[in-house]
Design a protein around this ligand. Structure first.
Ligand SMILES: Cc1cc2nc3c(=O)[nH]c(=O)nc-3n(C[C@H](O)[C@H](O)[C@H](O)COP(=O)(O)OP(=O)(O)OC[C@H]3O[C@@H](n4cnc5c(N)ncnc54)[C@H](O)[C@@H]3O)c2cc1C
Length: 502
């Protein structure tokens, strides 16, 4: 390869991952790359993936899309966080919200003041100091600047098929060539082992220098042609099946995702403008598909629009995300269940990492490849730890699945976090990991982990000031939230038409 010529990129697969890669490459590599995407309508896409995290803004801004148009095109709604219902024990719920909770005082994290306030008996639940949570509980939302506090941090719920459609027209308008066809195999160079071409049914060959494997769970290039082993995480994330079913839109238009714990897993509820996405993720060693299907159907809020369909998966990732001249993205690279809506983000961050590391001298990819693999592995492992936390810290005694989860030995990196937090509510954020202290704290506390003490930093504030400080922040959160329009009103104003209801 040489950067005096255009870089030929072949993207295998046209799901969310394939079209995100095509759009971002077209946008950022421009005329220096020739991009071809191959997909097969006969095979189709996984067809799920509706909830996101705030990093999704980088995609929209990066592509130069207008927010309202994007939301209109994908039937999107706003998301302020995720409500976890019954995860700690039945009857208990908490929200993991985006954005910050409370306000630090100088170097003293808010969490530490709150811990001290709790010991003094003057603190409410941690979530009471979050504007995001107050707005979510009241089903309110706005993009308008909020006086004296940071704006609401938000992401979207959207229709994954409509997103792929939008990205496809964006990409094709910028020169990406789409080929419809079934990939039969990948050809490899006998000496280097690099992929030289992909061969379609009918023996048509597509040659390229860089291959992007977005073929979903099949992982045709990375997993099959290059035989990159799979790192299995099912000892920590034992769920292996999902049932997905759309339902009619409901009366409520919650600006947040719901995740309800179930006897052998959990169920999601994702409100879009035109319908609600639902799914049941469970561990097949603890529940049969028939029972899981019935449980899902029995707990839908509105009428189903299709039959639930099972999707089998294994949690983990390919040992190398980039092998030879092939980078895996999306399900082809690995999978973590959608508990914290991180998969689309991982596609996005994989593309950004690749664009940042792609060297000018394309004959020498080895350092870029090594760095890409190291950073990706750390990113995936830290997210895994965050997901495992939801399972391992539970009080659902007597439910075989949850007893099993409570007995799991955590990964060492999670064990360190659990110990530091249990001691005095502290965290050390390593290696640019995705979730910030606020997220960890909300889920640790939500899952019943109570720090024994607090950082001595918090003792710098006189004890009699802690209560009034906390009370003022709580009042501020509820007052600001109460003044916002409802989610439905705001969305209708933004996208210019009334979201449909049942
Ligand atoms: C149950 C479930 C729920 C999820 N929920 C969320 C969520 O809420 N938020 C989130 O961020 N992520 C979520 N995800 C993950 C998200 O759906 C995926 O990360 C995302 O859709 C990317 O999928 P993909 O493009 O890698 O694969 P796919 O959508 O499976 O696309 C694969 C593509 O490869 C093509 N292909 C395959 N084989 C061939 C062949 N032989 N020849 C030609 N083409 C071929 C297919 O036609 C298709 O175009 C969820 C995943 C699951 C399983």
């Amino acid at each position: 390869m040489s950067n005096t010529e255009n870089l030929k990129i072949a993207i295998a697969g046209g799901g969310t991952a394939g079209w995100m890669a095509a759009a971002l490459f077209a946008r950022f590599l421009g005329a220096t790359a020739e991009i071809t995407l191959v997909e097969s309508d006969a095979i189709g896409t996984v067809g799920v993936g509706e909830a996101t995290i705030p990093q999704i803004h980088n995609l929209i801004i990066g592509l130069g899309l207008d927010q309202a148009e994007f939301m209109r095109a994908t039937n999107a709604s706003f998301k302020l966080g995720i409500e976890f219902v019954d995860w700690l024990r039945e009857g208990h719920s908490y929200i993991h919200s985006f954005g910050t909770t409370g306000r630090p005082v100088g170097l003293i994290p808010f969490r530490q003041l709150w811990l001290r306030g709790r010991a003094l008996g003057v603190a409410e639940d941690f979530g009471a100091y979050s504007v995001n949570i107050a707005a979510a509980r009241q089903q309110r939302f706005s993009l308008a600047s909020l006086k004296s506090v940071p704006d609401l941090a938000y992401a979207y719920h959207f229709d994954a098929a409509l997103l792929a459609k939008l990205l496809r027209s964006y990409s094709e308008a910028r020169g990406v060539k789409r080929i419809e066809g079934k990939i039969e195999r990948f050809e490899r160079d006998g000496a280097s082992g690099d992929i030289t071409a992909l061969t379609l049914e009918g023996e048509r060959e597509i040659h390229a220098e860089l291959f992007i494997d977005c073929t979903g769970f099949a992982s045709l290039a990375l997993g099959q042609a290059l035989d990159v082993p799979f790192v299995d995480w099912s000892q920590w994330l034992p769920c292996d099946t999902a049932l997905a079913v759309p339902t009619e839109g409901g009366e409520q238009l919650r600006p947040y995702t719901q995740s309800m714990a179930r006897p052998a897993g959990w169920q999601w509820r994702i409100p879009l403008q035109h319908r609600t996405g639902n799914g049941h993720v469970f561990c097949s060693s603890f529940m049969e598909v028939e029972e899981a299907t019935q449980l899902l159907l029995d707990t839908l809020e509105t009428e189903p629009l299709a039959d639930p369909r099972p999707i089998r998966f294994r949690t983990g990732h390919r040992k190398e995300f980039w092998s030879h001249n092939c980078v895996g993205l999306g399900l082809a690279a690995g999978f973590m269940e959608p508990l914290e809506s991180t998969s689309i983000h991982l596609v996005q961050s994989g593309i950004a990492r690749l664009l940042n590391l792609l060297p000018g001298d394309r004959h020498n990819l080895s350092q870029a490849r090594q760095t890409f693999n190291r950073q990706s592995t750390v990113e995936w492992e830290r997210i895994r730890d965050f997901l495992v936390l939801h399972y391992i810290a539970n009080e659902r005694e007597g439910d075989a699945f949850w007893d099993h989860c409570r007995a799991m030995t955590p990964p060492d990196t999670l064990r360190e976090k659990l110990e530091m937090f249990s001691n005095s509510g502290q965290f050390v954020r390593e290696d640019d990991e995705l979730f910030l202290d606020d997220s960890w704290a909300q889920v640790m506390l939500g899952q019943g982990i109570e720090p024994r003490s607090w950082s001595p930093l918090a003792d710098n504030v006189p004890g009699e000031d802690v209560g009034p400080f906390l009370a003022a922040l709580e009042k501020q959160a509820t007052t600001i939230a109460a003044a916002l329009p409802t989610h439905r009103e705001f969305l209708t104003g933004l996208v210019g038409r009334a979201p449909e209801t049942a």
